[in-house]
Design a protein around this ligand. Structure first.
Ligand SMILES: O=P(O)(O)OC[C@H]1O[C@@H](O)[C@H](O)[C@@H](O)[C@@H]1O
Length: 224
């Protein structure tokens, strides 16, 4: 009896097109019809659709889609600074830069690519960036879409000249929800938080989950 197996070639599952500003964007697809779109502007995922074609990420109708302004939507990459906790522009410069496709990245474990469509992006600091933040780095971002539609981002930040530096980093994901009053975030309610809407006053969450009855902008505090 013969056996057959579908071979999923990630190279044929990605497509490079232009976004609305003429900047390259990469479209990842899986065999079931799920997709993700990544702009080289900011290395930002701008769309993630399930196999029914439903968009899972939110983009504000007020988003400004023109570089060098970062777009409010999808998954902005905050680096090397989160928020305004430092001397750099809000959320750092990475989301405002043009990233490149890295065709020869250092290897990742085989599970991170097997059966997935993926792209590797690279950001290196420009001379201008080094004036504002004098640390040589390479930021590699692997974005992959699995057969079950799961989207994974893997970030690797390499210190190029060995002189120590510190940074903060975040995926500032905008999730699309149909009814915010139905959303509950469980497991974080025991953490203290800084409330951005109250001059960063520190509070302890009291409920059994985080819920949203009005605007919320909090920084949950955890220690590793
Ligand atoms: O408006 P930006 O710079 O894209 O940042 C998005 C949001 O980032 C959050 O971290 C801030 O708490 C918000 O105040 C801010 O609106």
């Amino acid at each position: 009896m013969g056996h057959s197996a579908a071979v999923w070639d990630h190279r044929t599952a990605i497509e490079v097109t232009k976004d609305w500003n003429g900047i390259d964007q990469v479209v990842l697809r899986n065999p079931q019809g799920a997709s993700a779109r990544v702009s080289l502007h900011g290395g930002q995922v701008t769309s993630w659709r399930n196999e029914q074609g439903e968009e899972l990420l939110f983009t504000s109708s007020k988003a400004i889609f023109k570089p060098p302004k970062a777009m409010r939507g999808g998954i902005p990459i905050c680096f090397p600074q989160f928020g305004n906790c430092g001397s750099l522009e809000q959320h750092g410069f990475a989301r405002n830069k043009l990233w490149t496709i890295d065709n020869n990245p250092p290897p990742l474990p085989p599970n991170d690519s097997h059966g997935k469509s993926f792209v590797d992006l690279l950001l290196k600091p420009s001379e201008e960036d080094l004036k504002g933040w004098p640390h040589s780095f390479e930021f590699r971002l692997r974005i992959s879409l699995a057969a079950d539609g799961v989207l994974t981002l893997i970030s690797r930040i390499r210190n190029i000249n060995g002189r120590p530096f510190s940074f903060s980093f975040a995926y500032h994901t905008y999730l699309s929800v149909s009814d915010i009053s139905e959303v509950r975030i469980e497991g974080l309610e025991t953490l203290d938080y800084l409330d951005n809407l109250c001059q960063r006053e520190r509070f302890t969450e009291q409920g059994d989950a985080i819920t949203f009855e009005s605007e919320v902008s909090i920084l949950l505090i955890t220690t590793v």
